[in-house]
Design a protein around this ligand. Sequence first.
Ligand SMILES: C=C(O[C@@H]1C=C(C(=O)O)C=C[C@H]1O)C(=O)O
Length: 275
Amino acid sequence: MTRLGAVSYLNTKPLIHGLKEALGPGDSLTLNLPSRLASQLRSGELDVALIPSVEYFRGDGYQIVSDAAIACRGPVWSVRLVSRVPVKNIRRLALDEGSRTSAAMVRVLLWQMYGLKPQTTVLSMEQSPESVDADAVLIIGDRAMHPERGIYNEIWDLGDRWCRYTETPFVFAMWVARPGINTEGLVDILQRCRDGGVEAMESIAQTHAAAHGLTNEDLYRYFAENLHFQLGNAELEGLRRFREGCASLGLLDTKTTGSTQPTPGSTQQTTERID
Ligand SMILES: C=C(O[C@@H]1C=C(C(=O)O)C=C[C@H]1O)C(=O)O
């Protein structure tokens, strides 16, 4: 019996295509905000979850279960910094409650690009980015796709900024198991669902687009052009770079001991250690 958790945003639909049906009878799949998935995996409420990459660095004995992931190699569209002031003048920054990784990534970029360490506060799920008292707001997921017009001085697509600044892809989330979980069998299921989801992106887009105020073509392009669903060598390099940036800012409070070594009996592990 394995309890899985996946991100509740549109970005995850191709990764969980057919997943419920592919799991065993005692297994479960729940959807939640990335930050909540991270807490649930840590507390043992979940066994395997699609967690923010920074939480993998912070975890103890965590293992990456699959090469299926949420990443980008350029503009991502759904992760934005909306700023009322020129970005180099940001002093107070509100961070989307749903985020852990982009919350760390924006701090790394502001530090590395401008030497900024803004005071941070939380933007709750109930609050609108326009209502919060801060110079700038990090927003992620579906609500970041259409920021309000006419309010901001600068809007950054953070996927684009990261990729251009570091010349590496950015990995937002990956499937991670907590220690002691037997992931044999799951590796293959997660990869097959991702492969099937990538094949079916057009019909997945048709199913979900209108409910989110998008055209089928827009959502298809988001899946096909903005997002990247595979952890390859370039993505692993991006993760290394991100971990260094987080570590140098003290954003990894527990010593990083995450391992991507295969679990006993797993023959399909395609990722390597990230350190
Ligand atoms: C691309 C995205 O990546 C997400 C951002 C995350 C974060 O900032 O912690 C975690 C998981 C991903 O779902 C998005 O939310 O749009």
